[in-house]
Design a binder for this molecule. Structure first.
Ligand SMILES: NC(=O)c1ccc[n+]([C@@H]2O[C@H](COP(=O)([O-])OP(=O)(O)OC[C@H]3O[C@@H](n4cnc5c(N)ncnc54)[C@H](OP(=O)(O)O)[C@@H]3O)[C@@H](O)[C@H]2O)c1
Length: 315
């Protein structure tokens, strides 16, 4: 672990590299895309709302003159959209250096179901990520230094994932279902890394989390809870909440730091990991259970019908 403060200044030259960032129209995904574009990466903003993506692309072009910024329509809650988006990005890009799975949502108070019949939070935050990554992975595999970075959360630490009820047909609690999906992001990362490494791939998989960052993430909260994230009360909340420019650095470090290795997890330092520039952090014991990771992987393959182009590992 390094002792210096890791900032956007640490991002090496990204010229000639292609980076796909999901949910890049706002929040920490937007910041990450902007940082990478400023360092010369060609960035693909993969977003569910084309108008928001176009507007974000303009803002990034303005911040990074001469950069190549394109948009891709991707709604992770829809397996049809995931397939279309994967096909489109594969058609347009012979190589992808970095895939940053940032998009995610807290979800609604009541259980909702996607067009595919999946519980919406699990579908968006995990199954969409699993399918999209699997469908574009062949564009990363031949690329030296290629990485898949998936954004998890602090809340994974108190979460459990019921592998017998992935669609939460039992009792639905929004926070618990969200936490489980963020735990799934880590389990996915570790199993992906194990499979990549076992098949001799040069691509690696890492995870990151932004601590507690002021973004639009609170859109589904009550106005009172949302107020805590309001920049106008920053002086009161700065001990527990940070600006998204800093929150984004965890995934950027995981994506580009030369000393970052497959299977690592980056987030703010200290016991709380709420705020601060990213360091290597540990995830919960629950997230590191290989048997559970493998079961989640098999279920995800079954539910999405997406198989990864990697040598199969038998348990
Ligand atoms: N902010 C925090 O403190 C915090 C803490 C821990 C983890 N995280 C994680 O950080 C990631 C980014 O969140 P954020 O804080 O930057 O929140 P945000 O400002 O709400 O941004 C979330 C992004 O994800 C996109 N998204 C949501 N559902 C999608 C779908 N079905 N398909 C495609 N894109 C979708 C949103 O698109 P629209 O704008 O079109 O809705 C938006 O671009 C999430 O994975 C979240 O779990 C955030």
């Amino acid at each position: 672990m390094s002792h210096h403060v890791w900032t956007a200044e640490n991002v090496p030259d990204q010229r000639g590299r292609t980076v796909v960032v999901t949910g890049a129209n706002t929040g920490i995904g937007f910041e990450a895309a902007r940082i990478l574009a400023r360092r010369g990466a060609a960035v693909v903003l993969a977003c569910r709302t084309p108008a928001k993506a176009a507007e974000a692309a303009d803002r990034i072009r303005a911040a990074a003159p001469g950069s190549t910024v394109t948009t891709l329509r991707l709604d992770l809650a829809s397996q049809a959209s995931v397939r279309e988006a994967a096909e489109e990005v594969r058609a347009e890009h012979g190589r992808i250096d970095l895939l940053i799975n940032n998009a995610g949502m807290l979800g609604s108070r009541e259980r909702t179901v996607t067009e595919d019949g999946f519980e919406a939070t699990f579908a968006t935050n995990h199954l969409g990520v699993f399918a999209f990554t699997g469908l574009v992975l062949d564009r990363l595999l031949p690329v030296p230094g290629s990485r898949v970075v998936t954004v998890s959360s602090l809340v994974h630490r108190s979460a459990t994932l019921d592998l017998d009820d992935l669609q939460t047909r039992g009792k639905y609690r929004r926070d618990a279902v969200y936490g489980a999906s963020k735990l799934a992001n880590l389990m996915f990362t570790y199993e992906l890394q194990r499979q990549l490494s076992a098949s001799g791939a040069q691509t690696v998989a890492l995870a990151a989390h932004p601590g507690m960052s002021r973004t639009e993430f609170t859109r589904d909260l009550s106005p009172a809870n949302r107020f805590l994230f309001d920049p106008r009360i920053k002086l009161l909340t700065r001990w527990v909440l940070q600006d998204r420019e800093v929150g984004a650095l965890g995934m950027v470090r995981a994506a580009v730091a030369p000393d970052a290795r497959g299977g690592e997890y980056y987030g703010p330092p200290g016991r709380a990991q709420f705020t601060g520039h990213p360091v290597r952090v540990e995830s919960s014991a629950t997230s590191r259970d290989p048997a559970a990771q493998r079961r989640l992987w098999r279920e995800s393959e079954r539910l999405t019908g997406v198989g990864y182009p990697l040598a199969r590992l038998e348990a």
